[in-house]
Design a protein around this ligand. Structure first.
Ligand SMILES: [Zn+2]
Length: 362
């Protein structure tokens, strides 16, 4: 039984969510056999699969669905007085490839014949691309009104694009209906624990690239929490393995008007407004809400909402400094400023900020 429900304790060989409705996790977090990274044969030429001993999928290297992803650059950003991790340096131009490589590897391992996902953005492109690499048919559900330019990457990889009328939830429901009909496997960036096992490699890389020192804080965009929670699971596994000795503060950046976690922590009045520029994180009901709030509590973390204007200004700063990113990812460096103003981040704190998606996608 690979999967377990943290809420009710049920276990499953494979299932897209628990019978109680909650998202599932892997029953066990694999940890390396050695208690210090110096004894581990880590080779960055293996990309993120260098951390195979932390991964619950892909035990046999020949079964991995990989495009050589991982070990994205960690670079100094003096204008921000932080280190940026360039998560847009990936085969499909976003960090979602971390989760796509492990999710499609899992799909092959459990014998999936066909995968489905609901996303018109980076997750859809990543799943379609890695499905092509796995030679598995993929169908990606998107809102009816989404621009054709946004689904181009999905179509190019040979995936079917299904447009669904109605709300974003209607899109998800149509996708889940296909899963319930029994002939499709849900390669979901919001639900699938294999996706989060992949995004956890962000933390392993950060630690390795910093000679195993953990930053004081990590600031990430926060929608469904795919990177936020991945970072949490990864830093926790490193600590549990004895490779590091502490956790960073995990600080989330949400879009004003779409900030349910920040609203829970600071009240509705703190998240009012709108932010359409950060369209990649416009999530009103994150599936992993409980886990995100737990991660914030356990790391003395936080979540705040950023206005459209603040993010637009930050995006211009990034581009002018040579970081050609998409708009959504500017919420994180914008949040960095806000957290400093509030004293959540001290002037002497050592902070890592991922830049999550490429501007080249348009
Ligand atoms: Zn359950």
């Amino acid at each position: 039984m690979d999967l377990a429900c943290p809420e009710c304790g049920r276990t499953y060989a494979d299932r897209w969510r628990c019978e109680c409705g909650e998202p599932l996790t892997f029953a066990d977090q694999p940890l390396p056999s050695v208690d210090s990274p110096e004894k581990a044969p880590l080779d960055p030429r293996d990309g993120l699969w260098a951390f195979e001993e932390f991964l619950p999928v892909g035990a046999k290297s020949e079964d991995r669905v990989t495009l050589g992803e991982g070990y994205t650059p960690l670079v100094e950003a003096p204008d921000w007085d932080v280190t940026f991790k360039l998560e847009y340096v990936f085969p499909t131009g976003s960090f979602k490839d971390r989760g796509a490589t492990t999710t499609l590897t899992r799909a092959k391992e459990v014998g999936a014949d066909r995968v489905v996902e609901d996303s018109s953005g980076n997750a859809g492109a990543a799943i379609a691309t890695y499905a092509a690499r796995a030679d598995l048919p993929a169908e990606i559900y998107v809102p009816a009104g989404v621009k054709e330019s946004k689904v181009k990457a999905i179509r190019r990889a040979g995936a079917a694009v299904t447009r669904v009328e109605g709300t974003r939830q209607d899109v998800t429901d149509a996708c889940i209906d296909a899963v319930k009909d029994g002939d499709a496997w849900y390669a979901s960036h919001a639900w699938n624990p294999a996706f989060f096992a992949g995004t956890a490699t962000f933390a392993y890389e950060v630690a390795h690239q910093r000679d195993w020192s953990v930053p004081d804080a990590v600031v990430t965009p926060l929608g469904h929490g795919t990177l936020f929670l991945g970072a949490y699971y990864g830093f926790r596994a490193l600590r549990d393995a004895g490779w590091t000795d502490r956790m960073p503060k995990l600080l989330g950046a949400q879009a004003a008007g779409y900030a349910p976690i920040a609203a829970e922590l600071h009240g509705e009045s703190a998240v009012e407004g709108h932010n359409d520029i950060a369209d990649g994180i416009q999530i009103q009901e994150p599936v992993q809400r409980h886990h995100i709030l737990d991660a914030i509590e356990e790391t003395d973390g936080d979540a705040i909402a950023l206005s459209e204007r603040t993010v637009a200004t930050e995006l211009e700063r990034l581009h002018a400094a040579g970081f050609y990113t998409e708009s959504t990812c500017a919420v994180a460096p914008a949040a960095l400023r806000a957290y400093r103003d509030r004293g959540v981040i001290e002037p002497t704190d050592d902070v890592v900020v991922p830049l999550t998606g490429s501007g080249l996608k348009g």
